[in-house]
Design a protein around this ligand. Structure first.
Ligand code: C5P
Length: 423
């Protein structure tokens, strides 16, 4: 396995000192770190300390000719597998959300094609401010992965969400995004400064032990489907695909081999996931079947129930006062057909978007579609396209109701339950 590397952008907050600890932990895991510091970050931590930790030059000034000639901002991100902003201040998140590029760090963020993980740390009022929350929503829509801050007492004497998550937690998340086995034993005690010889020789050994879905194949569908009316027009729905993408990401982070079959959405592919883009329900069904055999299938997509019965090759013309009829025909039910398939996955999970009698309808759907679990959610609010979700997981053993949380967090919780089930 080739050594992984990250580009760490350190911004100016009191938590910047924890970035030093993060670098130490990552290097113990065998991950190379190159650091970029904003000007205000250097008020909290010296570039000298950071350079000692990364054992490399620390980058800071875009207009340093030597740096630009030898290794420009494009090169810096190209050489890394992942970009991590830790700590990410409210100011940095605001600039990134607006696409401002006025120093090396922000220019890298605007120019990169790599996945970006942001680890926010700020005062609770700044975190809760509508401007910050708006920026976070925008960044997540743009594909940035943003960790939730910890809750607790802060350097400023206040209490609430905004604390930087502990460095071992951040290091574990980075390893997961890199598809690199995280060895928790290396986070404590006086571990050697380089990865131990035994692990170096057997990277897969560590992987099987620490990643609960290692070796499992998981198929996920996500997003809406588009059903053509003619070559220009289509029938669609409001699904954003975010919940399905979060589930695919959580499964990949836990070591699964994930195939994500996505309807038309504007989302970045999670690291390590095989993505197949489709438009219609028929295309989605064909790709799901090609992805078999699988241990688990999680069908999150909002598949259109109907498609146009006939799709003309030419655009339907507006013709005087005559409104053209739109005859519909039923789409195949991918979930129900998978339940009867000779390669039926061991664990087959459907989703049910409901606006009323949620558990009652989900329970009926479980029986009708013959899947193993139905995850029901209430879509009467702004769940579709929103940041949060609450689940009712309906199985033959009963119903578990999980409170509302972020789509990423609830996806991880679901995948932990999947791992418990198929372990
Ligand atoms: O019947 P309903 O559309 O509410 O069922 C939702 C579940 O069934 C979801 O898991 C969805 O992905 C799946 N489904 C499907 N094929 C369809 C319609 C829904 O796989 N044609």
């Amino acid at each position: 396995m080739a050594a992984k590397s990250i580009l760490l952008i350190v911004t100016g907050g009191i938590a910047a000192y924890k970035a030093l600890e993060l670098v130490r932990l990552l290097k113990r895991q065998g991950i190379a770190v190159r650091a970029v510091m904003t000007k205000s970050a250097t008020e909290f931590v010296t570039p000298l300390s950071m350079g000692v930790m990364t054992e490399d030059q620390v980058y800071g000034d875009m207009f340093d000719l030597k740096e630009e000639r030898e290794i420009g901002h494009i090169q810096l991100s190209r050489q890394a597998d992942l970009i991590v902003i830790c700590p990410a201040t409210a100011n940095m998140l605001a600039k990134a959300a607006a696409g401002i590029a006025d120093d090396l760090a922000t220019t890298i963020l605007l120019a990169t094609d790599k996945s970006v993980l942001a680890v926010p740390a700020m005062n609770v009022r700044m975190w809760n401010h509508p401007a910050t929350q708006r920026n976070l929503k925008q960044l997540r829509e743009d594909g940035m992965i943003v960790m939730e801050p910890d809750e607790g007492s802060m350097a400023c004497g206040e209490f609430g969400p905004g604390r930087l998550p502990e460095p071992p937690e951040v290091a574990a998340r980075i390893c997961a995004m890199l598809g690199h086995a995280f060895d928790a034993a290396l986070t404590s005690g006086r571990a050697p400064s380089t990865i131990p010889k035994a692990l170096e020789a057997q990277p897969d050994f560590a992987e099987e032990i620490h990643r609960r879905l290692f070796g499992k194949r998981v198929v996920v569908t996500a997003g809406p489907t588009y059903e053509a009316i003619d070559p220009i027009r289509y029938i669609a729905n409001r699904s954003s695909g975010r919940q399905g993408f979060a589930i695919a990401q959580a499964a990949a982070e836990m070591g699964a081999e994930v195939t994500l079959i996505a309807g038309p959405v504007h989302l970045v592919t999670p690291p390590g996931v095989i993505r197949i883009d489709v438009e219609s329900a028929l295309e989605m069904q064909a790709e799901v079947e090609k992805a078999l055999p699988a241990d688990v299938a999680i069908l999150v997509a909002a598949v259109a129930d109907w498609r146009a019965a006939d799709v003309p090759e030419q655009k339907i013309k507006k013709d005087g006062n005559v409104v053209p009829p739109l005859a519909l025909t039923e789409n195949p039910d991918i979930l129900a057909s998978l339940a009867q398939h000779k390669l039926r996955p061991k664990l087959l999970i459907g989703f049910a978007a409901e606006t009323e009698k949620i558990v009652e309808h989900a329970t009926a759907k479980l029986a009708k579609k013959r899947c193993d679990w139905i995850v029901a959610n209430d879509v009467s609010g702004d769940v579709m396209g929103g940041d949060n979700n609450a689940f009712h997981v309906v199985t033959k053993d009963g119903v578990e109701s999980w409170p509302e949380t972020s789509k990423d967090a609830i996806a991880r919780k679901l995948m932990e339950k999947v791992a418990d089930e198929i372990a």
